[in-house]
Design a protein around this ligand. Structure first.
Ligand code: CTP
Length: 392
């Protein structure tokens, strides 16, 4: 499965370092070549001999333990297809975020231009620490994938969030990242994500439950496939590409139109409010004696339908969230909007769609052909959608 892939596993000093031993075995069994880089502190928890035996390779620890003419941090970063840092301690996370290169691990990170996946593990108070959270955001904004720790019983005796995420999740994330090729190089991909917010007065608004996670996953995958990405969103996301923060449907339309001409792909994964209030109230609307009040709404523009009308060379992809008759409603919507592809998902199911990390979708094309993508993490669904629309 991972034959000929070069995986550099970097271990920092944390009790969950012992869990990485079985991960090394899993990668070896899948045919990957594995090299281990351990900080001196990691060796307080696992031995060099064990790591050497399991990886069937040298274990790299000291920066100046040079075996040939090339500095170790350069030859290791040239060798690896991917770098995994697990467990990643608070100390290493913070050093990487600020470009400190004071040991072999942090020096490799500085020299590494390929994919890095980081799985933090620490005490729950350390995880919540504002500085650590800010440093993680810095890493995300540089394209480093963070596998969030889990909540549970921690080795320090606390119960909380900080436990290294499940080993199979780390394995799957590495395997998934190695699936990527730069098929979207030199292409511009514009993605919209999240529900629009339509103000009623200074304290109230109309919106919806869209978390923006599917759009974010598509934007991240497009970036990993080499595209120039613009994410237009109502949410706060840290990303290694251009993010345009918007609020209402009208804001979103303006932002999309600004990117339209130069885009190759436009993917409307946002949940745009169909209506906005007719008369926004500058002052907070006060409660009166009436038992009911009426808000007058006006229709928002259909951003997707208008893009499809004005398109020249762009491939335009819509999304459709349906709570019943998925296939029938999706086919009708595909025709009504006139887009090249429509991605349909069933929001009546609690295990997929809004807020959750997994999805299951139908991809419809202009010829009314339907392809089903089985339930999988949104990251995998995102890659498959992009592969499908880019090989039309
Ligand atoms: N969309 C849009 N502008 C709108 C409404 C929707 O661009 N004013 C886009 C969404 O981003 C999505 C697609 O159209 O890609 C379908 O959105 P959906 O809410 O499912 O469809 P609607 O046209 O709003 O139809 P309905 O709410 O009746 O199902």
């Amino acid at each position: 499965m991972l034959k000929n892939k070069h995986i550099l596993i970097s271990i920092t000093g944390g009790i969950s370092a012992y869990k990485i031993l079985s991960l090394i075995r899993d990668f070896k069994k899948s045919g990957a070549e594995v090299k281990i880089l351990a900080t001196p502190n990691a060796l307080n928890f696992v031995t060099k001999l064990t790591l050497q035996n399991l990886s069937q390779n040298n274990v790299y620890i000291e920066e100046f333990d040079i075996k040939d003419w090339k500095p170790e941090h350069i030859s290791l970063s040239d060798w690896a297809d991917i770098m995994l840092i697990a467990p990643a301690s608070a100390n290493t996370i913070s050093k990487i975020a600020h470009g400190i290169a004071d040991n072999l691990l942090t020096s490799v990170v500085c020299a590494f231009s390929k994919k890095i996946i980081l799985a933090p593990a620490m005490n729950c108070n350390m995880w919540r620490n504002e500085t650590i959270q800010n440093n993680l955001k810095i890493l995300q904004s540089r394209g480093i994938e963070i596998l969030e720790p889990e909540t549970g019983f921690l080795a320090c005796g606390y119960i909380g969030k900080g436990r290294l995420c499940a080993i199979n999740k780390i394995f799957d994330a590495v395997k998934e990242a190695l699936n990527y090729s730069d098929i979207l190089k030199n292409k511009k991909v514009v993605v919209t994500a999240g529900g629009t917010i339509e103000d009623i007065d200074p304290v109230r608004y109309i919106s919806n439950y869209s978390s923006g996670k599917m759009g974010l996953a598509i934007a991240n995958s497009a970036y990993d496939m080499g595209a120039e990405v613009v994410l237009i969103t109502t949410k706060d996301f840290e990303c290694p590409y251009k993010v345009v923060k918007v609020k209402s449907a009208l804001d979103m339309q303006k932002a999309v139109n600004e990117e339209f001409e130069s885009a190759n792909y436009i993917i409307m994964a946002s949940a745009v409010a169909d209506y906005r209030v007719k008369n926004y109230s500058i002052q907070k609307i006060k409660k009166g004696n009436e038992d009911t009040i009426t808000l007058e709404l006006v229709k928002n523009p259909d951003i997707l339908a208008e893009l499809c009308k004005n398109k020249t060379h762009q491939t335009i992809v819509g999304f459709c969230a349906e709570s019943e008759n998925l296939e029938h409603n999706a086919l009708t919507k595909l025709e009504r909007k006139g887009c090249d592809f429509l991605i349909a998902n069933d929001i009546s199911r609690k295990d997929i769609g809004f807020e959750v990390d997994e999805n299951e979708v139908l991809i419809l094309n202009k010829n009314r052909e339907i392809k089903k993508l089985d339930k999988a993490p949104k990251k995998i669904i995102a890659r498959k959608i992009l592969e499908c629309i880019s090989t039309k």
